[in-house]
Design a protein around this ligand. Sequence first.
Ligand code: NAG
Ligand code: NAG
Ligand code: NAG
Length: 295
Amino acid sequence: MFPIYWTGWKRHPTPSRSFRTMLLLLITLSLSWSQMPTSGEVVGSFQDHCPQFFLRETPPLIRLPPRPVRICQRYQNLYRFATLYDKDNRIPVYSAYVYNPGQAKRPKKWMVEPQLINSTFQREMETEGDFLNKKGPKEALCDSQAILNDYKNLTDCNRGHLNPNGHQPNYSAKSSTFTLTNIVPQFIKLNGGAWNNYEQTTMLQMTKGCQETFALVGAVPGDTYIAGGRVNRPSHMWSAACCVIDNNHLRSWGILARNDQNVVQKFTLGQLEAQLAELYNVNRVSLFHRDCPRQ
Ligand SMILES: *[C@@H]1O[C@H](CO)[C@@H](O)[C@H](O)[C@H]1NC(C)=O
Ligand SMILES: *[C@@H]1O[C@H](CO)[C@@H](O)[C@H](O)[C@H]1NC(C)=O
Ligand SMILES: *[C@@H]1O[C@H](CO)[C@@H](O)[C@H](O)[C@H]1NC(C)=O
């Protein structure tokens, strides 16, 4: 389609302003139509559906898995955060959210994402039990994502949140983080140790004076699996934040942890991006909009 417009453009060496505007409009429309998802929850683009979880509405530039799925995590009729999911490894690549810690009791119910099976399913997360009670197909569910059974009988790892419930303001927002699409097999000692300390203590200290803090937490796929090869066990986990102090001032930081040690390493955002580029084996990783300082 584009070359046809391009030829037309050449035939009008000085296209009028309105012609150019119309051309742009047509191209924009056809692009957005082609990316339009059939339904709300699993989306074609984060920018179109839940941009509010990214600084300056800009999702990160990071290595995509072969079958990436963009999920605007929806619970009780609200978008709560965003997750890029890797359907082959059955773990998230990252979750993006706004840091807004609050007090409420810890939720217990774990949920799954019906739209990973097919966009004809409901766009809200729900428990596996509720899904199966409505005669949802179990095999298709198992095939499309990790289920609770995958996380049973683990010896040295457990369910590690990317977006932790402690960074959410109220009970329903906390509940929305208990979806297995936001979970990776995490080294138990790290999950309850240095990582937890970063989530609870370091984040609180680092975000002093921030109006708004955008967080991005991810996992680098590893060489080992749990659940008989169904679910990848990440080699590393990372977390980064960009804090908005006021219109002209932002601040950033990041951490990286091997998923077999109880140690987190602190980095500048620029250093973390460089480390991740190596781990993902790509030229460049950009976690936040360029306005966020890398130092
Ligand atoms: C999704 O479900 C619809 C209706 O059951 C079906 O026609 C379609 O082929 C399914 N799509 C995929 C990708 O399985
Ligand atoms: C977990 O371990 C128990 C006892 O060792 C065994 O009976 C059960 O089948 C295992 N479950 C899974 C899902 O592997
Ligand atoms: C919980 O927090 C979310 C995010 O700030 C907000 O949109 C929602 O209205 C809150 N819900 C309740 C029940 O307070």
